[in-house]
Design a protein around this ligand. Structure first.
Ligand SMILES: NC(=O)C1=CN([C@@H]2O[C@H](COP(=O)(O)OP(=O)(O)OC[C@H]3O[C@@H](n4cnc5c(N)ncnc54)[C@H](OP(=O)(O)O)[C@@H]3O)[C@@H](O)[C@H]2O)C=CC1
Ligand SMILES: Cc1cc2nc3c(=O)[nH]c(=O)nc-3n(C[C@H](O)[C@H](O)[C@H](O)COP(=O)(O)O)c2cc1C
Ligand SMILES: N[C@@H](Cc1ccc(O)c(Br)c1)C(=O)O
Length: 297
């Protein structure tokens, strides 16, 4: 049993399209039907208009744990609503700005060879502030950005990640996974975890903890933190820094403990951040054209 009372997870090949990282998922060895799955089924039946792929399961997942320790939202105070005004540009300016922003973000690449050159701390603070402007379910802001610059701590993170990634590449994930990734020429050796001046570990808070120790539901927390992460990537690109959007499989719990993060936080991604190394290369990938990604109705 882990801290949340879950059973030990095991890796299972998953044939559901898009289900989990790389087509595999970590599943908990528990009975097929649990009180939560029964509750979920009942809820889903009573809300047939909700697409099961995108419905917010946040509260359903938490029902097992329901009790006096959850805050009642109606206890929250009303807040004033204030006028809002946005910048309004002439249409030509809008077109130009939209092109300019696309040009900037189209240059973003995942760069796995990062320079050790120092980066001002203020820049990192500002990109994180920018990420924190993301929308979030019920404005719960369910994110924690852990910034690691201490060389010893970076090295300990590297050791955890390399140990797990070696198992992923050698046995856990199997041939298809390794073949699908081959074009990226990645392996379990992660020099960037020592070399990059900063590692930003992005945690999703699966629920909140109020000063009175009551728990607060964090609706759509994974989607909210993923949006914030995307904004962070754009903010890094805006200042000429690079990163690797990395999801080190099976490292979350160990890294959480190493970084002394509480049990309500789960690692979403790990971003090494810095300038690109002068000899960095990237795979020559192509992006889908507009007609392949848009449908106008
Ligand atoms: N594998 C996946 O499906 C996805 C992975 N990622 C990212 O990929 C990386 C690896 O993720 P993943 O493969 O899930 O491995 P992790 O290393 O994050 O988690 C492994 C297992 O530990 C559990 N766990 C994680 N955090 C906690 C916690 N705070 N308390 C209790 N149990 C916990 C997870 O449970 P549980 O099953 O409840 O999550 C999972 O079963 C991470 O950066 C993750 O964010 C992102 C999206 C999906
Ligand atoms: C959700 C997600 C998970 C990823 N996980 C990893 C990872 O674990 N390791 C890695 O080296 N790159 C990872 N990447 C980066 C992708 O390999 C990269 O985005 C892709 O090859 C396209 O290249 P580009 O980012 O240069 O456009 C991940 C990207 C995303 C969006
Ligand atoms: N996490 C491994 C494998 C990996 C690599 C690239 C990816 O886009 C994805 Br998804 C996974 C690694 O970092 O090597």
């Amino acid at each position: 049993m882990n801290e949340r009372g879950s059973s030990v997870p095991t890796v299972t090949e998953c044939s559901m399209p898009g289900a989990q990282e790389d087509g595999y998922m970590l599943v908990k060895s528990k009975d097929a039907e649990t009180p939560s799955s029964r509750l979920k089924a009942a809820k889903v039946d009573s809300r047939p208009w909700v697409d099961q792929e995108v419905q917010d399961d946040t509260e359903l997942e938490q029902r097992e744990d329901e009790g006096d320790d959850w805050v009642d939202r109606s206890e929250e105070q009303d807040i004033p609503h204030v006028p809002y005004s946005a910048m309004r540009y002439p249409e030509e300016t809008m077109v130009e700005r939209s092109k300019e922003f696309y040009r900037l973000l189209n240059q973003r690449r995942t760069v796995r060879l990062i320079s050790p050159e120092p980066v001002p701390r203020e820049v990192i603070d500002n990109v994180i502030l920018t990420a924190g402007t993301a929308p979030s379910g019920a404005h719960t802001e369910p994110w924690t950005f852990v910034v690691v610059s201490d060389p010893e701590m970076k090295h300990q993170i590297r050791q955890i990640v390399e140990e797990e990634e070696e198992v992923n590449y050698r046995q856990r994930m199997g041939d298809k996974w390794v073949k699908d990734l081959a074009k990226l020429r990645t392996n379990w050796i992660k020099d960037y975890l020592d070399v990059a001046p900063y590692l930003i570990l992005i945690f999703k808070q699966t629920y909140g903890i109020l000063p009175n120790n009551k728990k607060k539901t964090h609706y759509y927390n994974e989607i909210s933190v993923s949006i914030a992460s995307g904004i962070l990537l754009a903010a890094l690109q805006n200042v000429g820094l690079v990163t690797v959007t990395s999801t080190p499989l099976n490292c979350g719990p160990q890294l959480r403990l190493l970084l002394k993060r509480p049990a309500n936080e789960k690692l979403l991604m790990l971003l090494p951040v810095g300038y690109p190394a002068p000899d960095a290369t990237v795979p020559e990938l192509e992006r889908k054209p507009l007609e392949d990604i848009v449908v106008h109705i």
